[in-house]
Design a protein around this ligand. Structure first.
Ligand code: G6P
Length: 629
């Protein structure tokens, strides 16, 4: 995911920007760049790939061009960025900083500008010349256009009020060399206060080695920084006061963004991760864009007879959710198997079949072997992965990337929700091509997918403490009640079964509590024998055509003394009669509710494991990437 760093002060800015970007590397990126105010020019350098390439470009400029190099080395104002591509390919012209036509305003942007198409058209009509395929560039031109208003902050304020989406950006202007103006709308941005110098960054580690004094920027605020002063403005231009806070984090806590663990941080990053994953595939309009997926062009997709999904662990569960979406929306025959089994089955696939390898790392040995076996049998193979350049991307005929950023916690969270989001997009695309969904339904569901980041944020906000980010509310109550249990049963039907399986896997992975996850209708053929008074049973009871059946199963387990924890829609009040605790998700389309339902279950597992005093980031015996069979 993208990173921002900016500086105004008295020290040479270039080294500070490069050091800051290095500290943000852990977020994952595919290109990087910096711009500094060097005398009467803004000098910029951008490079694709590892930061090392940017360092080498800087070194080459120093060796090549004495004049520019000296001006850059003495520059004291600048901005830097690591980009994780969303709109537009990974190349130098799409890397940030972006700039306006006269090269007088440079910006670095995280997040998504949803209305960039309309704004771009308007700015082009006024003569703006665009040089990238990104949504971010529109901000540079828009701010430059509004500079006629006077100051950079006036221009940014006017631009902010025209922009839709969720983003954070920092703007720099040649005519006001000792100033940066930043904006925060749902994406993170913080101020670092030094002595005669000020930093702006998307995360504290970017400046932690330089200063521990910080000021937090609120949502929808504009911040104006100069070497000695910081002003906070509301969208109406009103000034806000802000305390300076001293950070007592060490480097490791800083990398965790202030959260207790990487897993908790990654749970909280899920809204941004989904936004980055779906953004370039859904905007603008209701059309799902799956261009750029290698051999999987529209002709190929139209001709698919059957889909087979394979993967391991959490990725397998994401695939299972995808199967229901593919069947429900695209009405396409879809099978799924764990990779360690599929690779040794008789390969009855061939041309016309699409085999999808789900693997966040792109390196899981069994998944790679299953994909190869399918490929050799003649199927077209698609990789769904989070890692650019991983083995899966090299072996597959096409790649659909999730954009979750680096995931460090061994138990997958944000990569899972992004895998599910990608499967939803694929199912919608196939539905569009096969004409299996009414246009009005398509429009509604694509709209809800675009709003998924907001829905995810709603679920997280309702289930966590606003100060610590720790599980709170009904999730924390359920954890407090059951953290000593030695067994949990998880039940679900249809797509809700996949949520139950994933919820149970999360709990066993990090809390070491024995779990069983079952198709709710099958429960009476076995697991019902395990129920005792007070046995915790998690039931996924989100809206669906089989919800009444699920409610019957809740009654069956309650009648045997089980303590039911239900996952249900916000407006479903009836469910309270059948459950001791209800974990709520927003009233989105019934096929999307299950994705949201996995989040309180991640937090439930987290709360229980923490209560048991366990290391959630590195559970015993488990590995993040399993490169052995
Ligand atoms: C390991 C990890 C899981 C992950 C699985 C598949 O078991 O602990 O979190 O879901 O591998 O990994 P992949 O990288 O292929 O998605």
């Amino acid at each position: 995911m993208c990173g921002i760093v900016g500086y105004v002060g008295k020290r040479p800015v270039q080294d500070l920007l490069l050091a800051g970007l290095k500290k943000l590397e852990y977020r994952g990126y595919d290109s990087a760049g910096i711009s500094v105010i060097a005398g009467d020019e803004i000098e910029s350098l951008r490079a694709v790939g590892n930061l090392q390439n940017l360092f080498e470009a800087v070194a080459a400029r120093e060796a090549d061009d004495g004049g520019v190099a000296v001006a850059v080395q003495t520059a004291t104002t600048g901005i830097g960025h690591t980009r994780w591509a969303t709109h537009g390919r990974v190349n130098e012209s799409n890397a940030h900083p972006h700039f306006d036509t006269s090269n007088a305003v440079h910006v670095v942007v995280n997040g998504i500008v949803e209305n960039y198409v309309a704004l771009k058209r308007r700015l082009q009509d006024m003569g703006a010349v665009f040089t990238s395929e990104t949504d971010a560039e529109v901000i540079a031109h828009l701010v430059a256009h509004h500079c006629a208003l006077g100051s950079l902050e006036d221009a940014v304020l006017a631009a902010f009020n025209e922009l839709e989406g969720h983003f954070a950006f920092v703007a720099m202007r040649l005519d006001e060399p000792d100033k940066l103006v930043g904006v925060r709308k749902e994406c993170p941005l913080v101020v670092g206060r030094g002595d005669g110098e000020t930093f702006l960054a998307s995360a504290i580690p970017a400046f932690l080695s330089e200063t521990r004094r910080t000021q937090y920027i609120e949502n929808d605020e504009i911040v104006v920084i100069t070497p000695d002063d910081v002003r906070f403005l509301g969208p109406d231009g009103s000034e806000h006061e802000r305390e300076v806070e001293e950070i007592d984090w060490d480097e490791e806590t800083a990398e965790k963004g202030g959260f207790d663990t990487f897993m908790l941080k990654e749970i909280h990053e899920q809204a941004d991760a989904i936004a980055d994953t779906v953004a370039d595939r859904t905007a603008p309009g209701t059309h799902v864009d799956l261009d750029d997926v290698g051999a999987l062009d529209e002709n190929m997709l139209r001709g698919i007879d059957r889909i087979l999904i394979t993967g391991c662990g959490t990725a397998y569960h994401a695939g299972l959710m995808g199967r229901y979406a593919l069947e429900e929306w695209a009405q396409i025959r879809t099978e799924i198997d764990v990779a360690s089994e599929y690779r040794y089955r008789k390969q009855l696939v061939g041309p016309g079949d699409l085999v999808i390898g789900m693997t966040q790392s792109g390196e899981t040995a069994d998944t790679l072997a299953a994909m190869r076996a399918a490929h050799e049998a003649g199927a077209t193979v698609l990789a769904v992965t989070n890692v650019v350049g991983s083995q899966a991307t090299r072996d597959a005929d096409g790649v659909l990337y999730t954009r979750a950023g680096l995931e460090i916690g061994v138990a997958a969270t944000k990569t899972f929700v992004c895998q599910v989001a990608v499967m939803y997009l694929l199912a919608l695309k196939l539905a569009e091509l096969r004409g299996t969904m009414k246009p009005a339904t398509m429009e509604r569901i694509v709209g809800e997918i675009k709003r998924l980041p907001h829905s995810v944020q709603e679920v997280i906000a309702a289930a966590t403490d606003p100060d610590t980010g720790l599980p709170a509310g009904p999730v924390a109550e359920a954890a407090e009640r059951h953290w000593q249990a030695d067994f949990f049963l998880y039940l679900g039907r249809h797509i809700g079964l996949a949520v139950a399986l994933e919820g149970a896997l999360k709990l066993k992975e990090i809390s070491y509590i024995s779990t069983d996850a079952y198709a709710a209708g099958e429960m009476k053929h076995g697991p019902i024998a395990l129920l005792e008074d007070g046995t915790p049973v998690v039931v996924v009871a989100t809206d669906s055509p089989v919800k009444d059946k699920v409610v019957s199963n809740m009654q069956e387990v309650a009648a045997r003394g089980a303590h039911v924890i239900a996952v249900a829609a916000e407006s479903d009040h009836e469910i309270d009669e059948h459950a001791k605790q209800v974990l709520r998700v927003p009233d989105v389309d019934w096929m999307l509710q299950p994705l949201l339902g996995t989040i309180p279950l991640q937090l439930l597992a987290y709360a229980i494991a923490s209560r048991r005093g366990l290391n959630v980031d590195q559970p015993r015996n488990l590995a993040k990437t399993v490169t052995v069979e």
